[in-house]
Design a protein around this ligand. Structure first.
Ligand code: ADP
Length: 730
């Protein structure tokens, strides 16, 4: 009975005969099952019984199958319909049987169904054919069909048995997998494309190319500036007209920064917004005027996503993805993809921006460095030049910065005779960048250059080198700044020459004046003219001062050319101090000089030169304490050192000047205080003399609180040179 799906004998017969496709026919594919039915029965009743058994079994299989098993005539009329079919398509057997098979075929697939029927008529099996069907409730099912022709007793084809399996789930899984793979491919491409350049404009163009049209019909990137305002930096659409509309909208209707949704909110919260469907009502609700609404309608929004651009944990802008004519409706998956893209794009844009800024800063710096008058050279750890400016090239006699940069280490210095301040050859390992590479934190030197070939006149430079360290504290490079001081050095040299000449010229007349005064004094003493004698004594005292000034200047000149001679012999320091103090006490009525303590030391040195030091210190002590009435000399010894301290109670010296007062011609000039006579060379000479005795001189003072100058001299030590051998200052 073809009307009954379970009892339909022909169907079952055919199903039993037809090779059931794979796993859809567990019984048929079971070898034991096949052997049983294939073996020749013993007698007829047994054969009959076995046929019935087989029918029942097959009926049971069909009934219990999870798959839909349907049979139909060659005209497409459904003749059997199992429970699986009811479960799958929702129609009961009663509803389905007798209906045309197009009951469950989507309209657009009807031609396909005709095709299937035609093939069946020709006896062709159809295996695992994937198509779709409609269920009773109208929803589409993905189906895998296996269709076999059903033959009548006479062997002619009378219908078809269809086994349908729901593969909607597998299909969905496969689609998801494909989508995921595609997304991954896309994201790989995103990261590859976005890391391919540091150029800002190129990065923007890349972002645009990745997004349009794949993810959006048009998109916009708005970056937040320092004030938190949006800067629309890119707007991209396949259709330029649309870009104009979007731009017009933005220009005419500025962003409402207070709005609780949209760009400002995404920027504030760092959370994306997804509008799967943009309806006209939404446009109406959002528009602030008729005009805005008209433009928004022109754009033809279909769906919208706003995604934050994130870099270094901060939202730096917002990307707007808009679907328009494609009619695409964004879903959560699209949003996830857009967000991922936002992260990549944020980092890429941030990097490109930083790079652009760094490059701009470098360009600016380069302009400044190339413009400065000082020579700037940067060396690497191997003394190779990695940067030089034009002044450096000029100073080292190279035609261009490139030529200098190509030079081998030390080559620039080898082109010159280089000397120190005293004109001695300058050791190359003492060049300032070498000293820094050897560990000094800052190295300075005054260097004279005379070009070996080309005979350029000598030049003088003040050279300073300092290191740049890496994060591990190791030297990365050394920056050397060369300041040309040729003019200064030459001017000083002229001044020295003048002083030398002037002091020599002055010495002769002063000496003869001194001689004539002496003769006059003797004559007048005999005539006992007290008044004239008094004037003469004052003249003599002034002449002494003049003599001292002239001899100081002479000493200075000698020191400059390294010709300050020392006549060394053992000196009783206490006696020398006592004598010096006594002599000076005779010249002052204002101050009382007292000696405290004793050194009980003999030093090996030039008595006159040492006396000169103490005279200088005591004269200064008196000169710079006009309101005081005493000066103290403290004598002491410490281990192998004799210490002479000259303490006054005068104007004192501000700390800022304490180092410089030992430089030649240095005088503290304070507009508030009265000026004191002097040339600013006494302390310089004193320091040189003390150092020539292997000693040192120090000052302790505070402004307004007096000063103490301490001289430290080694006791009794011979310097190894003979007493009368002339030494030269260094
Ligand atoms: P000067 O001929 O100017 O005294 P010096 O070389 O002896 O030259 O001293 C240098 C400078 O040091 C002086 O001009 C003065 O400003 C300062 N100075 C030296 N000694 C004293 C002192 N005892 N108290 C205060 N200032 C002093």
């Amino acid at each position: 009975m073809p009307g009954d799906p379970l009892e339909g004998q022909e169907v079952l017969q055919q199903v039993a005969h037809a090779p059931l496709p794979g796993e859809n026919a567990p019984a048929a594919s079971n070898p034991a099952f096949r052997t049983y039915f294939a073996s020749t029965p013993q007698d007829e009743s047994a054969a009959q019984q076995r046929a019935e058994e087989a029918q029942k079994l097959l009926a049971a299989i069909v009934a219990s199958s999870d798959d839909a098993i349907i049979s139909k005539t060659l005209d497409g009329i459904i003749t059997s319909w199992n429970n699986g079919a009811t479960r799958l398509f929702g129609y009961s057997a009663q509803e389905a049987i007798g209906q045309h098979i197009t009951l469950i075929v989507p309209r657009e697939l009807w031609p396909q169904e005709d095709e299937i029927l035609a093939r069946l008529r020709r006896g062709i099996h159809i295996d695992h054919f994937e198509t779709s069907r409609v269920a009773k409730d109208g929803h589409l099912l993905d189906i895998s069909l296996s269709i076999s022709p059903i033959r009548g007793e006479d062997g002619t084809i009378i219908g078809a048995a269809t086994i349908a399996r729901d593969i909607t789930h597998q299909k969905a899984m496969a689609r998801q997998l494909r989508e995921r793979e595609e997304q991954e491919r896309f994201l790989t491409e995103v990261s590859k494309v976005l890391t391919s350049t540091l150029d800002y404009q190129e990065t923007l163009a890349n972002i645009a190319r990745l997004i349009v049209p794949r993810l959006a019909d048009w998109f916009a990137v708005d970056l937040l500036d320092a004030e938190g305002h949006f800067q629309l930096i890119v707007l991209e659409h396949q259709n330029p007209e649309q870009v104009e509309w979007a731009r017009a909208l933005r220009e005419r209707f500025p962003i409402d920064y207070e709005a609780s949704v949209g760009l400002p909110q995404v920027a504030r919260s760092g959370r994306s917004e997804l509008y799967p469907e943009i309806t006209d009502e939404m446009l109406v609700a959002a528009a602030r005027s008729e005009e805005e609404l008209a433009i928004a309608r022109q754009i033809g929004y279909s769906s919208l996503m706003l995604v934050p651009l994130v870099a270094r944990g901060k939202t730096i802008g917002v990307v707007t993805f808009v679907a328009t004519e494609s009619g695409k409706k964004y879903n959560a998956r699209d949003l996830a993809l857009a967000e991922e893209l936002g992260r990549h794009a944020g980092v890429a844009l941030d990097n490109a921006r930083l790079y652009k800024e760094a490059q701009q800063a470098r360009d600016q710096l380069e302009i400044i460095l190339q413009g400065v008058a000082d020579g700037i050279i940067v060396y690497d750890k191997g003394s190779r030049i990695i940067y030089a400016n034009e002044a450096a090239a000029r100073m080292t006699g190279y035609a261009s910065v490139e030529n200098l940069q190509r030079a081998r280490p030390l080559e620039p210095t080898r082109r010159f005779e280089i000397t120190d301040e005293e004109g001695r050859p300058f050791p190359l390992d003492q060049l300032t960048h070498k000293r820094v590479l050897a560990g000094e934190r800052k190295a300075q030197a005054i260097i004279g250059y005379t070009q070996k070939a080309g005979g350029r006149p000598e030049r003088w430079s003040h050279v300073t080198s300092s290191p740049v360290y890496d994060e591990r504290g190791e030297i990365l490079f050394v920056i050397t700044i060369t300041h040309d001081i040729t003019e200064r050095v030459l001017a000083e040299r002229r001044k020295d020459e003048f002083i030398s000449m002037a002091s020599h010229e002055l010495k002769t007349p002063v000496t003869s004046l001194k001689g004539f005064t002496y003769v006059l004094q003797r004559r007048l003493r005999n005539q006992s003219d007290a008044q004239v004698l008094h004037y003469l004594e004052r003249m003599d005292a002034q002449l002494d001062k003049l003599t001292r000034l002239v001899s100081d200047l002479l000493d200075l000149s000698r020191m400059q050319v390294g010709k300050l001679d020392l006549q060394r012999a053992p000196v009783d320091l206490d006696a020398l101090i006592a004598e010096t103090v006594e002599n000076l006490q005779a010249t002052t009525l204002t101050h009382r000089i007292t000696i405290k303590g004793a050194t009980r030391a003999q030093v090996f040195g030039d008595e006159d030169r040492l006396a000169q030091v103490f005279i200088n210190l005591l004269t200064n002590a008196i000169k710079y304490s006009p309101s005081a009435n005493r000066v103290e000399v403290h004598l002491a010894r410490e281990q192998n050192c004799a210490i002479v301290r000259v303490q006054d109670f005068g104007i004192g010296i501000d700390e800022a000047h304490q180092e410089q007062i030992f430089e030649r011609f240095y005088q503290v000039t304070d507009p508030e205080e009265k000026t004191y006579p002097g040339l600013g060379i006494g302390l310089h000479i004193s320091k040189t003399i003390v150092e020539r005795h292997q000693g040192r001189i120090e000052v302790h003072s505070r402004k307004g609180q007096g000063a103490t100058f301490s001289v430290f001299l080694p006791i009794g030590e011979r310097s190894g040179k003979s007493d009368h051998q002339a030494e030269r200052t260094g």
